[in-house]
Design a protein around this ligand. Structure first.
Ligand code: NAP
Ligand code: ZN
Length: 345
């Protein structure tokens, strides 16, 4: 066992504290990673504040992890000491069900093991707000040389969460795609959809981030607080990805789809999303969901981002600023992902 430092929230709404945690001895397939940066995902906040249900405390969040390999187990094949690597939202799954075999470990029928707030070998898992983590190499991703580790960390959750549905629903040339909410997920969605060749529109609460959106590759930018937006864009989109962390009036967003268009929910508010039947059946609209992506697709996403020069636009913080950063994320005051410099832990 290795004792390492971490930042944990001791209760649902209590400030973070620095604690010591144990990382397991390396199994043959394990990699010990020295974490350089950990992104702050809105899911950390939903989980840590108990908005998604009960969790064990102290909770060490963090599932957007980038760092370097410090030690490898005797059977590790893919990685060597010094390699630049990442870990996303999962650290294990059964490996034998149809979904795992298809490379969709996120949908493991036994349930994937979350990087934090999961259970592995009878113990709760601790995430990336810590100096080191031990992970089975099959759940470790290679970070291409051309992406800086700090800009890469958010790709491990936010990046794949947008890449997967954009890929599945074939965002590309000739497709009109809207990204709803330009926060951590949304700002990567704009870059990825643009790189895939789609015509990209941002639907944000206000126009305050319009210039940034255009820099990320948005062709159009509209405020959802402006009533004209809803008239102008009626029946306009092939695909809408909703990244918003709060419950939205879904019927209004479905009205912006073309016939047989798809709205994909990736935002995960604790309150229900209501969908009147008539907003789907008129126009044969599709309402779908998506959750992160499997390990092979996550590697594909990292390689795609490297090829297209895509990374997160980040604001780096020290570990003692996590509480403040969480509040700013909830206030939509993030440009566009907070990343913890783990050397400050
Ligand atoms: P974030 O950085 O806080 O971004 C969310 C954005 O939603 C905000 O920047 C804001 O965009 C918009 N928004 C927030 N409150 C709103 C409100 N009341 N009404 C309308 N718009 C609002 O969060 P994130 O890290 O991108 O995560 C977004 C959501 O996705 C969270 O619920 C998270 O748990 C979930 N998530 C899901 C998956 C998955 O696999 N499905 C993976 C990761 C995260 P504007 O300022 O542009 O309006
Ligand atoms: Zn996340």
């Amino acid at each position: 066992m290795k004792t390492v430092s971490a930042y944990a929230t001791p209760a649902a709404k209590a400030p973070f504290e620095r604690i010591e945690i144990e990382r397991r001895d390396l199994n043959p397939e394990d990699v010990l990673i020295k974490i350089a940066f950990a992104g702050i995902c809105h899911s950390d906040i939903h989980t840590g504040r108990g908005e998604w249900g009960e969790v064990n405390y102290p909770l060490v969040p963090g599932h957007e992890i980038a760092g370097t390999v410090e030690e490898v187990g005797s059977g590790v094949k893919k990685y060597q000491v010094g390699d630049r690597v990442g870990v996303g939202c999962m650290v294990s799954s059964c490996g034998t069900c149809a979904n795992c075999k298809a490379g969709e470990e996120q949908f493991c029928v036994e349930g994937n093991v979350g990087t934090y707030a999961g259970m592995l070998d009878g113990k709760p898992t601790d995430g990336g707000y810590s100096t080191h983590i031990v992970v089975d190499e099959n759940y470790v991703l290679g970070i291409p040389e051309s992406i800086e580790l700090d800009a890469a960390a958010p790709l491990l959750c936010a990046g794949i969460t947008l890449y997967s549905p954009l890929n599945h629903w074939q965002a590309g040339p000739g497709k009109k795609v809207a990204i709803v909410g330009m926060g951590g997920l949304g700002h990567l969605g704009v870059q990825i959809a643009h790189a895939m060749g789609a015509e990209v529109t941002v639907l944000s609460q206000t126009l305050s981030k319009k210039e940034d959106g255009e820099k990320f590759g948005a062709d159009h930018y509209f405020a959802t607080s402006d009533d004209d937006t809803w008239d102008k864009l009626e029946g306009h989109f092939d695909l809408i990805i909703n990244t918003v962390s709060a419950s939205l009036p879904m019927a209004k967003y479905l009205s912006l789809l073309k016939t047989r268009g798809a709205l994909v929910s990736v935002g995960a508010p604790s309150e229900p999303l209501e969908v009147p039947a008539f907003s789907l059946i008129g126009g044969a609209k599709i309402w779908a969901g998506s959750m992160i992506g499997g390990i092979p697709e996550t590697q594909e996403m990292l390689d795609f981002c490297a090829e297209h020069g895509i990374g997160a636009q980040i604001e780096t913080i020290s570990a003692d600023q996590i509480d403040e950063a969480w509040d700013r994320v909830v206030d939509s005051d993030v440009r566009y992902r907070f990343v913890i410099d783990n050397s400050t832990i």
